[in-house]
Design a protein around this ligand. Structure first.
Ligand code: G6P
Length: 617
């Protein structure tokens, strides 16, 4: 979703902004723009398309200035176009603004501003906000009242419903910029006499690792020599400066053609990082420090509700199997967006687990707030340290996957499952629903997972060949049973996200209730058929596909002879305990979609219409 970067200091702002916007490209966007502030003059350049288009556009133009703001827009109100791109100016050019989020009552505000003779040049909610701020400001001036730019912003924001991360400049105070947050994250990087403002830390870390995360309702006024923080009620706040532990090479491609490929290959390391310091192979000791305060509640829970969106929801589905198997605690998995608009039943002692890579997904955040209001204890499973979800949950476990830049989530999924496995194992052991022998054997198996993933990654060439065979398909079906049903859903999601081939994931046994009608000799059917208790049943499902001439690609356990005879293509993977099989079976599916998307010439890291961090509801 929209990316924000702003700078104030001694450097040429243009360079910082363009570099920052490129670092934010991964979030998904359709247009880009910058504003450069040079004393009383503000130059705004913006266009539909990529940051590189913006760079070309400004080649011979004035790009001077040590203060500026840049934005990548993911369209919500109004189509992607030059005029809807940010920054937006207020009608009389007093205020320049970039915005991430949605102003829900923008239409009403726009009508009342139109009555005050305000004219609009775009269809955006952001321009409405710019004009509202200006209206407040000029009205006060007309009435000969003293008003600061901050006060105008604060007053305007008090009449706004919705979410925002904002950077604003006012031509009467060209040495300052204002940053305000409600619902959409903003981070301020602090260096020597310079400040960087961004929607996440990636544009900041090459300059400084000292940051302030703005909280909801914060309004900061930033000049070269200082930052002044108040909240929307005008109460002075003390900025809390934190050190972030993010390295530049973690957000660069490091020789890989795409971030997605790099992140697929990072999974052995990422999973080891997830259990490092928490799980000990020798002593078979497992402790999740972040759950310390709530462990007893988790252990005694009557019900667990997992809320998430997208790939994180698929990890949640695997979590449902894990919790029910290991802990015998009834577990439900909900799309965060559905959970929050229903009347969910939460009783005393119920636990809500919110899973999110970014820690910023608007629906997941809203679900957490609702669950908290209803009295649930909410636990977060997140990747981005310091993001909103960990800050709003009672307790939680970080996945430590490292930055995930590719829009199609890969290492976030496997590390989320690793966390859920460890959570279920520790509760199961404490509740004696998992025996010590089972627990010990799971510890051993979990330790072997990174090594086994490395073995699967060596099959990339074989997977590439299969990708070549099915790259021109228009439809595909992914089938799995038990723990592998969520993996089928995830495999289908990966393919449709990045290659735009229609893909459906189904529980294998349900195939006969509908999707079987689609099967013909052009239909690739990807079957997750590793050895577990439903192995015989899945063979029957494969036969059913075969009888209808579907192209069968089966993911099987090494040494499998039976499926080899029926399937068109097999990908062998090492054996693991069936409860850990999602961690291995998903790897060939990630690679398969990656290669298909590359062969089809798709933009793998930034698929059309998608965003990495979905900060609108
Ligand atoms: C977007 C991303 C997905 C992600 C989902 C949930 O749709 O493109 O990859 O799974 O949001 O995001 P979260 O950060 O909450 O895991």
């Amino acid at each position: 979703m929209c990316g924000i970067v702003a700078y104030i200091g001694e450097k040429e702002a243009f360079k910082v902004l363009i570099k920052g916007l490129k670092r934010l490209e991964y979030r998904g966007y359709d247009s880009a723009g910058i504003a450069l502030i040079n004393n009383k003059e503000t130059n705004i350049y913006k266009c539909q398309g990529k940051v590189s288009d913006l760079e070309n556009m400004v080649k011979d133009l004035d790009i001077s200035g040590n203060i500026g703001m840049g934005h990548t827009r993911w369209a919500t109100h109004g189509e992607p176009s030059d005029k809807n791109a940010h920054p937006h100016e207020s009608m009389n050019k007093y205020f320049t603004i970039i915005h991430n989020g949605i102003i829900e009552n923008y239409s009403k505000l726009r009508k009342s501003l139109e009555k005050e003779n305000y004219k609009f040049t775009s269809e955006t909610d952001t321009e409405v906000l710019a004009n509202l701020i200006e209206y407040v400001y000029l009205k006060a001036k007309k009435e000969k009242k003293t008003i600061s730019a901050r006060e105008a912003v604060r007053t305007a924001l008090n009449s706004v419903n919705g979410a925002y991360g904002l950077v604003i400049s006012c031509k009467d105070f060209p040495e300052k910029i204002i940053a305000a947050r409600k619902g959409s994250p903003l981070v301020i990087g602090i260096s020597n006499n310079e400040y960087f403002i961004a929607s996440d830390a990636s544009p900041i870390i090459e300059y400084t690792n000292s940051v302030i995360y703005l909280n909801d309702d914060d309004i900061a006024v930033i000049g070269k020599n200082g930052l002044n923080l108040k909240n929307i009620k005008n109460i002075i706040k003390t900025p809390h400066i934190q050190k972030i532990d993010l390295k530049l090479d973690e957000i660069e491609k490091n020789g890989y053609e795409h971030y997605m490929l790099k992140e697929i290959y990072e999974q052995p390391r990422a999973i080891s990082d997830t259990y490092r310091g928490r799980l000990n192979y020798e002593s078979k000791f497992l402790r999740l420090g972040g759950l310390h305060n709530v462990f007893k509640n988790l252990k005694d829970a009557k019900k667990i509700i997992i809320v998430a969106c997208g790939t994180s929801w698929h990890a949640g589905l695997v979590g449902e199997y894990l919790f029910e198997d290991f802990t015998r605690i009834p577990t439900e998995v909900e799309y965060a967006s559905e959970f929050r608009y229903r009347k969910p039943i939460i009783n005393k002692g119920d636990i809500v687990i919110a899973i999110s890579q970014s820690g910023e997904t608007a629906d997941t955040l809203a679900a957490i707030r609702m669950a908290k209001k209803l009295g649930a204890i909410v636990i977060g499973v997140c990747n981005v340290v310091g993001s909103s979800i960990p800050r709003e949950t009672f307790a939680g476990v970080y996945t430590h996957a490292g930055p995930e830049i590719g829009v199609a989530s890969t290492k976030a999924f496997t590390t989320q499952i690793t966390v859920l496995t460890m959570m279920a194992m520790s509760v199961g052991l404490a509740n004696k629903t998992l025996s010590k022998e089972q627990f010990n054997s799971l510890v051993e198996e979990l330790y072997l997972i990174p090594k086994k993933i490395t073995q699967i990654l060596k099959k990339a060439e074989q997977i590439q060949k299969i990708a070549h065979i099915i790259k021109d398909s228009t439809n595909s079906l992914y089938l799995g049973r038990g723990y592998l049903f969520p993996v089928a859903l995830e495999g289908a999601l990966k393919l449709k996200e990045i290659s735009y081939i229609h893909a459906e994931g189904y529980p294998a046994a349900e195939m006969k209730h509908g999707p079987i009608a689609l099967i013909d000799e052009k239909m690739p059917v990807i079957v997750l058929a590793t050895k577990d208790k439903s192995y015989e049943k899945i063979i029957s499902n494969i036969e059913e596909v075969k009888a209808r001439k579907g192209i069968i690609i089966a993911i099987v356990t090494e040494g499998d002879e039976s499926i080899k005879k029926i399937a068109d293509h097999i990908i062998e993977i090492p054996y693991t305990d069936f409860s850990l099989a999602p961690l291995l079976t998903v790897i060939p599916l990630q690679l398969l979609s990656y290669y298909i998307a590359v062969m089809r010439g798709c933009n793998v890291d930034q698929p059309r219409n998608l965003a990495k961090s979905v900060t609108v509801e």
